[in-house]
Write a protein that binds this ligand. Sequence first.
Ligand code: IPM
Ligand code: MN
Length: 348
Amino acid sequence: MKRYSIALIPGDGIGVDVIDAALPVLDAAGQRFGFALDTQSFPWSCRYYLEHGAMMPADGIDRLRGFDAIFLGAVGWPQTVPDAVSLHGLLLPIRKAFNQYANIRPHRLLAGVEGPLKASGFDILCIRENTEGEYAGAGGRVHQGAANEVAVETAIFTRAGVERILRFAFEQARLRRKHVTSVTKSNAQKYSMVFWDEMTRAVAADYPDIAVSHMHIDAMAARMVMAPESLDVVVASNLFGDILTDLGAAIQGGLGYAASANVCPDRSAPSMFEPVHGSAPDIAGQGVANPIAAIWSGAMMLDHLGEGAAAAAVLRAIEAVTARGIGVRPRSHSTAAIAAAVGAALAE
Ligand code: IPM
Ligand code: MN
């Protein structure tokens, strides 16, 4: 039997709830498809920070490096640790250290889930650049607190970084409906975004079978609401992709359905799979968080590990459950009940 080593980082808030709920479903998939997940859980979180003064140990990245994948719940507990500290201490360094430059986020309505839009037939795959751009971390503050204080945060776009995410998006489009929409703001940002547009045209030349559209981020926000079914693969910079994928989550019914994969495409390091929703302190520990985003992210992990049939079966099981009205509204069912129903559907 194939065995995969999985590092679990439940993290904070409902991250713990949904990882707990999702794991048995993935184990059930393993039983049915003949593989096992060997998991090791790491307590790295804001709670850990309060005890140790760091979100993870100094050798945390090295300890994760040997795993086949990382399954993460959520990071952040702003009541005790500022978000900029917790995220820069755990989530963001993992994405960068392991070169997880492709953040993949699917947006479509699951069977039985009603979104806020009239449109229902959309199926968008957002490819977000995940290691540089507006999240590069280049900047600083001087004269803090004084009237002449200055804060600078420079977005960094490298040729290598932009080219590889664009190529990744075009490759994904080949597996789908063969349309890439590249999102920038090149009418206002005349260096980085004009560069991105040029790179899009250069890469597109290698993919004559793929149709390409260029959109500005503001128009794109409107289009995702007005005509989401006109989109296939959407590729954007780190911050633009971050914003668009919360919009994507909204049109697919809510953050409880939004899955994501932080992928290191050359597989030189583990990739990381996490629901988009964050730690949701207001409902943490109540057993009411929707585990579907985490289970779907887990399915993306199985797919990445080479267990495509198991991944597809998990997604079918999710939709068999949502089609019956389970997990389709906030608090309609408990976290455990939704996950148990998915597990049962998987066994059928
Ligand atoms: C996400 C989150 C993170 C991001 C935050 C928590 C730093 O919003 O994964 O979308 O901006 O990447
Ligand atoms: Mn986000």
